[in-house]
Design a protein around this ligand. Structure first.
Ligand code: FAD
Length: 546
């Protein structure tokens, strides 16, 4: 199989110009990635076009949970809880290193949220609908037990608690692994190419007109069916297709803040009540804890969504009200991210009340758009879309049924959680000679799975007295050659997550990594300098709140 790298990009572009596809997918977030994998693995000739980096949109800005959707139970969306609940176990099997079981503490407040018995019954229904294994099912806690689980909680307000099962992930890494798996199944996939318009024939969409944003060249791409999985941009493309009638999107903004672990040293992930009736997460992850999310109506620019001072203050206040000893300040925030939920508008409902269900729109010209939904449900959403594509256009073809529940994602070829642990321990041992800590090896394995060995190969070949920088260079070499990293931001924001979870490391090594990137890709000085400036601007943006 050819490498999924910038060196291969001209070859992929040439194929896009000269081929005629069964299906063309717009958008390289998790929804588009899932559709491309499903379609290619069933035998459809598939292309996917992304105008930015993969997972640039909502798919790198979520709470990063593959979850059973406890909050949907409150909204009585039983079908959604059942679907995402059973999906989490499947996604865990497909990439056990990347989708990791997480115990969630649900403290019960005297004044807010649901009562003890209602919560107990709710969680029981949740366990049943989500098919949670007996050993992971909910455990109700007394007040002293809850405070032992989390001594930082406000003592006078806690009446008990519960522990229930969730999974955590890295949304952008999950997306890129699905993209790579789809590429491995023969899909032609490219980033930094923007769909500008649709091409029509006999009144039907028969392809798209695109612009390669790296060269400025425009060209048509032909396809029998076009699916728009453009997330928050879905309505923009429906407008271009002149089909924005009936239901429309309702964008709401969700912000997360990142603080050093010592500023909010919670012992495990917590899902807690806020004064306004909402609930938010505090999730420890290595050296940091992240907190989110907000949920507010959004009408600003979609391409550059940022956290405001109001968002930051809301989250800091919520933390201090629940963990009074912490005394968190906005100044303690070291990074943040803001994303848009592409929800379906419902008259009279507030941001938090809107359904998270996905919705498919079909236009009279045959454009299929999908929006809404969850990271967690990507595989089922993809199955529904591809079923529809086949029903409308390829009934006469002998195509496989959806079997993505059996397609392991790249790097995820482990039998079980235990198998991941065994792999990790052997690498910890092997890498002792290089002074790589257990935490570092853990990071590598949970990000890259079996592909850790490829990174170690690069690491061995490189020379640098600074081990941290040497490893960064090895990761860069791997992601440039196998994960279509085009810019410095692709690497620091979406392949490694370092711009969110270890921003000081980014600040310390950005110049050296930039020089190495230039060496690897041969990019000219002007491009290299611009990429560095873009990264610096991004760092400034995620650290400051206006
Ligand atoms: P996106 O990821 O936004 O992808 C759309 C892509 O289309 C973008 O990359 C964009 O660049 C591209 N595009 C747009 N226009 C064009 C064009 N003209 N040409 C080419 N490409 C184009 N779900 C969970 O399961 N668990 C969670 O914990 C969770 N937390 C969340 C927290 C927040 C704050 C938010 C906002 C959402 C959360 N979600 C969660 C929901 C989940 O993140 C989204 O449902 C999912 O990421 C949407 O993915 P998508 O692929 O549909 O959209």
């Amino acid at each position: 199989m050819p490498d999924f790298s910038i060196k291969e990009r001209p070859v992929i572009l040439e194929r896009l110009k000269t081929s005629s596809y069964d299906l063309l997918v717009i958008g390289g977030g998790i929804t588009g990635a899932g559709i491309a994998l499903d379609a290619a693995s069933r035998g459809l000739k598939t292309a996917l076009i992304e105008k930015n980096d993969f997972a640039f949109g909502t798919s790198s800005r979520s709470t990063k949970l593959i979850h059973g959707g406890l909050r949907y139970l409150k909204q009585l969306e039983f079908g959604l809880v059942r679907e995402v609940g059973s999906e989490r176990a499947i996604v865990h099997r497909l990439a056990p290193h990347l989708v990791i079981p997480e115990r969630m503490l649900l403290p019960l407040s005297e004044k807010k949220g649901l009562g003890y018995w209602l919560t107990s019954i709710g969680l029981m229904i949740y366990d049943y609908l989500a098919g949670v294994r007996p050993e992971d099912q909910r455990r109700m806690l007394t007040k002293p037990q809850t405070l032992r689980f989390e001594p930082l909680l406000r003592r006078d307000d806690i009446k008990g608690g519960a522990i229930y099962a969730e999974y955590r992930t890295d949304d952008a890494r999950l997306t890129i692994e699905i993209i790579k798996t789809a590429f491995g199944h023969g899909a032609d996939i490219v980033s930094y190419v923007k769909v500008q318009d649709f091409i029509y024939g006999s009144g039907k969409v028969q392809g798209v007109l695109v612009e390669d944003l790296l060269t400025g060249m425009s060209f048509p791409v032909r396809a029998k069916v076009v699916v728009s999985a453009a997330g928050p941009w879905v309505d923009e493309l429906r407008e271009v297709n002149k089909s924005k009638t009936g239901k429309r999107l309702h964008l709401t903004k969700g912000v997360h803040i990142v603080v050093p672990r010592e500023k909010l040293p919670v012992q495990q992930s917590i899902y807690f009540d806020v004064d306004d009736g909402r609930m938010i997460f505090a999730i420890p992850r290595g050296r940091i804890t992240y907190v989110g999310t907000t949920d507010t109506n959004y009408a600003g620019p979609i391409d550059n969504v940022t956290a405001s001072a109001e968002d930051a203050t809301y989250l800091v206040r919520a933390v201090n009200a629940t963990f009074p000893k912490v005394n968190l300040k906005v100044n303690d925030i070291e990074s943040s991210w803001a994303g848009l939920r592409p929800l379906i508008h419902e008259e009279g409902k507030s941001a938090s009340q809107l359904s998270r269900k996905d919705e498919i729109f079909e236009s009279v010209t045959g454009l299929i758009s999908i929006a809404g939904g969850k990271l967690t449900g990507y595989r089922k959403m993809a199955e529904r879309v591809v079923n529809l594509v086949i029903k409308r256009n390829f009934q006469d073809r002998q195509l496989d049924k959806c079997h993505t529940q059996r397609i392991k994602l790249t790097g995820g070829d482990f039998h079980s959680k235990k198998d991941v642990r065994k792999y990790m321990l052997t690498r910890v041992k092997a890498l002792k000679i290089y002074n790589l800590s257990d935490i570092t090896v853990n990071y590598l394995v949970s990000n890259y799975g079996h592909q850790t060995d490829r990174i170690i190969e690069y690491f061995r070949q490189l020379e640098d007295p600074d081990t941290e920088l040497r490893l960064l260079k090895a990761e860069l070499a791997f992601t440039v050659e196998h994960e279509m990293v085009v810019t410095l931001m692709d690497f620091f924001v979406r392949r490694t997550g370092l711009a969110y979870f270890h921003i000081n490391k980014v600040i310390q090594h950005k110049d050296s990594v930039n020089s190495f990137m230039q060496k690897l890709t041969g990019m000219d000085d002007q491009t290299s300098n611009r990429q560095l400036r873009d990264l610096e601007q991004f760092i400034n943006q995620v650290k400051s709140f206006k």
